[in-house]
Design a protein around this ligand. Structure first.
Ligand code: HEM
Length: 448
């Protein structure tokens, strides 16, 4: 019985001493978690405050809501919260030993090496590779009354990731590799967490094997002939003591990075596409700003000039945080706001819920990019109220990369295309994995 998290001593203590509720028999809150996490989270937060437990996925979770909770967990003073043990439940089998699944000293050591691949000088080189890849990718887009944004953007970001990360085009293997990523990510939120034929879990395990073989087959060549792509950077990266990654480390980090990069950027771009279709006046502002640069390809210095685009990106990330829930597990007892939380407790932080709290955001459901402007700075009331990239030791290492990629894509797209949706269209969001448009986001796409 001890190995089943629901029956662990920590779970029993949490259920008997902290506020919360079990939800439906057997499934608990699993379905709400997968279909309407924000509405569920806000309503339980109003009922119980910032700390409460629920049952879901056969476990008891402690949900810690709001900026103070984010601060407490992200800062993680005294190494209380394990990222590895939190994420392992969802994606450990598929993204094992990815950097987010390492903890404390080992994590600090790996992050120190990986940092070399995300320095400003290196990002500038990635951007040089991005411009032609974007132009080529979006050049294939055609006018359509139902242009499937999710599918096309996912394709584009994967093509870019292979170009920028691997330094090559995928060619005929593209579909297989793309499917392997999709299967690994979707397996993470599978309700059935063991292999059954045709099930998500089994597909995820198969996907992992495909990805390992794919990266291993290219490793020796990369070590021997490094280029300026991310794969080469990881092969060469050293910390201040000259330590490098082993072959297995490089493969594990590459698989994790490809996933972390292309899914999150895809979701961000889908959210931006949706909002700019619903708010054509903002689409026009973004376009005018892009045109005012007077060039198709952008350089690193141009990024800061795209201020309107920056506001739109921030607001899109607030409304739809690609990593909408962040798991941790306590490895030590701790106290938060008078609550005793025992070691062994599964915790979830929810950027999405913090981003929708009316006590921190004016009309939180409204698309209002100006809230991030210097004049209003609505996001600066608390250091941890706006956390699309997390915080603390595991804060997104790719946040500047993401901003660069999203801005570069938008910069090219708005100069070539205009897009719209019907006035009454509302994008459904599928939360069964990372949140994506449930209908693929069909828009009317027109050439400029
Ligand atoms: C808008 C796009 C992105 C969003 C919203 C996002 C969000 C996040 C969040 C919330 C975390 C923290 C997870 C946690 O604390 O458990 C994270 C970690 C991470 N992200 Fe991103 N991410 C984005 C893009 C990227 C890109 C483009 C890359 C790589 C090029 C990347 C690489 C990583 C890595 C390696 C980690 C783990 C860092 C660590 O554990 O030390 N992300 N990301």
């Amino acid at each position: 019985m001890k190995t089943i998290p629901y029956f662990s001593e920590a779970s029993r203590t949490v259920r008997s001493t902290l506020p919360g509720e079990a939800g439906l028999p057997v499934v608990g809150y699993s379905l709400d978690f997968l279909t309407k996490p924000v509405a569920m989270g806000l309503s339980l937060y109003r009922k119980y405050g910032p700390v409460y437990w629920i049952n879901a996925f056969g476990m008891t979770f402690l949900q810690m809501q709001g900026p103070d909770a984010n601060q407490f967990v992200f800062r993680n003073q005294g190494d209380i919260f394990s990222s590895s043990q939190g994420w392992d439940f969802y994606i450990g089998k598929f993204f094992k030993r990815g950097i987010m699944l390492l903890d404390f000293d080992e994590h600090r050591h790996h992050r120190g090496i990986m940092q070399a691949a995300f320095k400003k000088q290196v990002l500038m080189q990635y951007l040089e590779r991005m411009n032609p890849a974007i132009e080529k990718g979006i050049g294939r887009w055609r006018e359509s009354k139902k242009f499937p944004v999710l599918k096309k953007i996912k394709q584009l970001t994967l093509d870019m990731a292979t170009e920028v990360f691997m330094g090559e085009e995928l060619g005929p293997e593209a579909d297989k590799v793309n499917q392997a990523f999709v299967d690994c990510v979707r397996a993470g939120t599978s309700l059935v967490r063991f292999s059954v034929p045709g099930g998500r879990w089994k597909k995820g395990l198969k996907g992992r094997k495909v990805l390992e073989a794919f990266f291993r087959s290219r490793l020796a060549v990369k070590r021997a002939n490094p280029g300026d792509d991310l794969f080469s950077r990881l092969c060469l990266a050293e910390d201040e003591n000259g330590r490098r990654f082993s072959d297995d480390d490089v493969i594990n980090h590459m698989i994790f990075l490809m996933m972390a990069a292309h899914d999150t950027s895809t979701i961000t771009l889908c959210s931006i596409f949706y909002q700019l279709a619903k708010h054509p006046e903002w689409q026009e502002r973004v376009r005018e700003e892009a045109l005012s640069l007077g060039k198709r390809d952008i350089s690193h210095e141009d990024l800061a000039k795209l201020e309107t685009m920056g506001l739109v990106m921030k607001e899109a990330l607030r409304l739809l945080a690609p990593v909408h829930g962040i798991p941790r597990k306590t490895v030590k007892d701790c106290e938060f706001k008078g609550h005793h939380i025992p070691a062994g407790t599964f915790i979830t932080l929810s950027p999405m819920i913090t981003h929708h709290m009316p006590e921190w955001w004016e009309s939180p459901e409204k698309f209002d990019p100006e809230r991030f402007s210097e004049a209003r700075n609505e996001h600066k009331k608390h250091l941890y109220q706006y956390v699309p990239f997390g915080g603390g030791a595991h804060m997104c290492i790719g946040l500047h990369f993401a901003e660069m990629q999203v801005k570069a894509i938008l910069h090219h797209v708005v100069q070539r295309y205009r897009w719209s949706v019907a006035d009454d269209y509302v994008m459904p969001v599928d939360f069964t994995s990372l949140p994506v448009p449930g209908d693929g986001l069909p828009v009317k796409l027109e050439c400029m």
